[in-house]
Design a protein around this ligand. Sequence first.
Ligand code: GLU
Length: 290
Amino acid sequence: MTSAGRFAPSPSADLHVGNLRTAVLAWLFARSTGRRFLVRVEDLDDRAKDDVARRQLDDLAEIGVTWDAPPERQSDHEARYDGIVDELTARGMTYECHCSRKDILQAPRAPHAPEGAYPGTCRDLTDAERARRADTGRPPAVRLRSAVAEFTVADLPHGSYTGVVDDFVLRRGDGVPAYNLAVVVDDAAQGVDQVVRGDDLLASSPRQAYLGTLLGHPSPSYAHVPLVLNADGKRLAKRDGAVTLADIGVELTLRQIAASLGYAATTVAGMLAEFDPARLPREPWIYQPG
Ligand code: GLU
């Protein structure tokens, strides 16, 4: 399978100009390195909506972000994720966890563990403790039994990045495969070896790359690109005003994206001719909706 880059939006809301800019960058990275480009619909979450997924694909096509294979939907692959959880379980690399979010936040944390990192409460329970916890009635999540505390990835703007790998969730208590599992399994299944996405996901990449190595997949090259923020320095959102393609139109959207990246060209093909990964902006783009 030839190598590929991808854009993998969650269809919970229409893409705004910041998401579209990340998609353009992912496309530029892939095309400039001779890779195929794929779009994947990450619709495992119950906030995913079919009409939103359709509009996201239409919007990408309208700005010229083209893909080389029909977009896959994660909801079509539940058996694929369950198979991997079963494989890891057979290898002794998972355990069931009965903790609620509150349990996790209230548990004592190791000195340098970030807030929300799993403290390992259910990792080494005795059979009796396990049975007592199972009695609470809440179906358990399945966690990875990580053999490392951190992992290092290579990222283009960020260089060598080392981040926490805790015993993260592979399958939620409600049976839904976790994002960190699905993304790794799908990238590998689709031949994705270049991951370009918003830098809010940088801290997740060590977990994902580590899981990939357990499954025998080499780590992709990463480029976590700066997010687009509103005038208050918060992540851009629909409530900030005119931010979607439907609000702004194709031409202005492309002009704004090109200007934010320092390109004279205002088509994706033109931007490709100017693209230089070493000259990526390192600061967030502050977007003021008109
Ligand atoms: N679906 C994720 C999101 O929309 C992105 C996943 C990824 O690029 O790895 O935030």
